[in-house]
Design a binder for this molecule. Sequence first.
Ligand SMILES: Cc1cc2nc3c(=O)[nH]c(=O)nc-3n(C[C@H](O)[C@H](O)[C@H](O)COP(=O)(O)O)c2cc1C
Ligand SMILES: Nc1ncnc2c1ncn2[C@@H]1O[C@H](COP(=O)(O)OP(=O)(O)OP(=O)(O)O)[C@@H](O)[C@H]1O
Length: 307
Amino acid sequence: MRYIHDTDKFTIEGATVVTLGKFDGVHKGHQKLLATVRDKASGYGAMSAAFTFDHIPVSLSKTPGQSYIMTNAERRSFIESLGIDILVEYPFTSEFMNTEPEVFVEDIIRKSLKAVCVVVGPDYTFGKGGRGNVQMLADMADEAGFELVVVPKECYEEREISSTFVREELQVGHMETVNMLLARPYSVNGVIAKGSQIGRTMNLPTINIYPPAGKLLPPNGVYASVTILGGKSFYGVTNVGIKPTVKDNAEISVETFLFDFDEDVYGVNVEVQLRHFQRPEMKFDNIEALHKQIDADAQFARQLFMI
Ligand SMILES: Cc1cc2nc3c(=O)[nH]c(=O)nc-3n(C[C@H](O)[C@H](O)[C@H](O)COP(=O)(O)O)c2cc1C
Ligand SMILES: Nc1ncnc2c1ncn2[C@@H]1O[C@H](COP(=O)(O)OP(=O)(O)OP(=O)(O)O)[C@@H](O)[C@H]1O
């Protein structure tokens, strides 16, 4: 996949079929758009492209101080896995925010992207003050030389799927719903760090990762999880939180006890998929009480996974 970023000047040799938006989480609705882009691109013999932004300023987001379902690196790698040829991560500057929608269509969609087909949802808006919309795209399509495809909204239980919907469910730990909306498991990716090694003394070897800043996490607590490590999947149980029983700092870690696994793995990249919320994180009176609870957590997760 060609990855265009950190520049507002780019040219693409040849035509594209493009979809545009924020694509946080790349949920089921986004995936439908991207699948349409791929189909249309093969019909046109053009390249498939997604146009998004490096970041949306917090002041503009619907939820102030908002974090994101996916980091840019996660979004990029998932979009690549969907077989998209070009990803543009455009700098979201104040100059860009003030671009009139007609100028956006002319400069970006027509000249830079050389779009022969534009695929969006019915509520797509763009340009200064969000004045550009699907009607405007339809009015400009002939002259600008592209076909406009408007994909109907994908719904879940009668509500339109959106990144906002995913965030709401994630923040209350409804992992089954989140994973349904995302059409895949929500995951946290990171490099395995050394913990304080207390786990080993409890006969509970764990892998610790520190989620990147800006990554939206579900509530602190214990989750039945599947970890992808070295191309293999491992069932386990994961604590998201600050380990109040043993730590006095507030750094959030994602710590997983993998079932039937006993290797020293540090510095390796893993993906921890959170499948089911089991209980909130708690402060225990002593390590023994904590250990007993973790045994019960592991048993519960094993039952859930039927292993
Ligand atoms: C499944 C699981 C559940 C946990 N639950 C809690 C908890 O409720 N409260 C807490 O303080 N720590 C909890 N922890 C974190 C433990 O305190 C931690 O595993 C142990 O202290 C080892 O930490 P270390 O990796 O930094 O050595 C949990 C860990 C796991 C793997
Ligand atoms: N459920 C959906 N079905 C089909 N297309 C969708 C769906 N949700 C969003 N889209 C389209 O995907 C593109 C990118 O959407 P974008 O990420 O900007 O918004 P969103 O997913 O609705 O999230 P937010 O809640 O932040 O507004 C837009 O063209 C939008 O219309």
